[in-house]
Design a protein around this ligand. Structure first.
Ligand SMILES: NC(=O)c1ccc[n+]([C@@H]2O[C@H](COP(=O)([O-])OP(=O)(O)OC[C@H]3O[C@@H](n4cnc5c(N)ncnc54)[C@H](OP(=O)(O)O)[C@@H]3O)[C@@H](O)[C@H]2O)c1
Length: 318
């Protein structure tokens, strides 16, 4: 496993990170612990979760799963924005967004659920149109000053929103956002044109999510939907099914031929393809089985030569 600096900042993340969206919702601790141990033992030091994943359950499991490991040996990231729904189905008016109130309350709750003294990277899960960016920047700065958070970042913010936050922080001498977590994979590249150069220019590291398009880019759906996969799940399969168009499947079948020719799993190729971009710090994978983590972590050691990237570009049209 190789490591990269988070943008211009000092902290180093494994090129492959491990996330916990959906995959821990129905898990017991021993399964969560097995997955995290496999990730850790294969060099992954970056673990991503969110308050909303399983309504707090993922944070609790991630915290317990990482308990055996030295706290300084990994980088723990979580997020807030979506209604936490503590009072579900009647969430309060302030149970969402990036107000100072919600940020402080959810930070304290995340620290408890994760059972840790500090969060390495605290991320705004989305942009909040109802809160001034300066209020969010200041709240994040204050959490950092208090030592509860070490770095803060954003997710799915556009270039203008990122630039505005950095400018406000610089104007007030507040801690800047250091990272952005966008959706990015071979089939979903809309952030490449503006957000990638903005992050590079302003020194933010990119930690992209769904690098396998939720599993589509493993090739396992090339001939239908196998049982016990995300797409087969009645509730969790909702998002991947929207992406499983005939056009996308045609592309993945062609990409799978390239992976087969190289003798590597399609998943490994898809992640290595993301890592060809030096603006990226870490590619955040999900996994329901330890064997998947092994395939995916191997991407850090797979260098794609120009001939391969050109053939991939020809298929992707990029
Ligand atoms: N910021 C955001 O808004 C946001 C949004 C989404 C995700 N995220 C973060 O990004 C992480 C990854 O997202 P994701 O789960 O969508 O990522 P992904 O890596 O694109 O998809 C993960 C799923 O693909 C399947 N898979 C993974 N590796 C495989 C392999 N080698 N062979 C076969 N199947 C494989 C598994 O599903 P099955 O085995 O169940 O089929 C796995 O759960 C999340 O855990 C979360 O931390 C953030």
């Amino acid at each position: 496993m190789k490591y990269r600096r988070l943008g211009i900042w000092g902290v180093k993340l494994s090129e492959v990170g491990f996330g916990s969206w959906l995959t821990l919702n129905d898990s017991e601790l021993d399964h969560a612990a097995d997955l995290h141990r496999t990730a850790y033992e294969n060099g992954i030091n970056f673990f991503d979760t969110a308050n909303a994943y399983g309504r707090g359950r993922a944070e609790v499991l991630v915290g317990k799963a990482l308990e055996p490991f030295r706290r300084d040996s990994y980088v723990l990231a979580t997020k807030l924005f979506w209604p936490f729904e503590q009072n579900w189905p009647f969430p309060g008016a302030n149970d969402r967004g990036l107000s100072r109130k919600h940020i402080f309350e959810q930070c304290h709750a995340s620290l408890q659920r994760l059972d840790t003294e500090y969060i390495d990277l605290y991320q705004c899960h989305r942009y909040d149109n109802e809160t001034p960016v300066a209020e969010t920047c200041r709240a994040m700065n204050d959490l950092i000053t208090q030592g509860k958070v070490l770095y803060w970042g954003v997710s799915e913010w556009n270039a203008e929103q990122i630039a505005e936050a950095v400018e406000i922080c610089d104007d007030h001498n507040w801690h800047r956002p250091v990272s952005n977590q966008p959706l990015y994979n071979m089939l979903e590249r809309h952030w490449e044109a503006e957000v990638f150069p903005t992050c590079a220019r302003l020194g933010l590291g990119i930690v992209n999510f769904s690098p396998l398009c939720e599993g589509l880019l493993t090739g396992k759906y090339n001939n239908g939907v196998p049982k016990n996969t995300r797409a087969a799940h009645e509730q969790y399969g909702k998002f991947i099914k929207e992406r499983m168009t005939e056009d996308n499947l045609k592309i993945v079948r062609k990409l799978t031929d390239i992976a087969d020719g190289l003798g590597v799993p399609m998943a490994t190729l898809a992640i290595a393809w993301c890592l060809r971009r030096r603006e990226l710090t870490s590619v955040i994978i999900g996994a329901s089985k330890s064997s998947q983590i092994l395939d995916n972590a191997a991407a850090s050691d797979l260098e794609l030569d120009e001939n391969v990237t050109e053939r991939i570009d020809a298929i992707l049209g990029g």
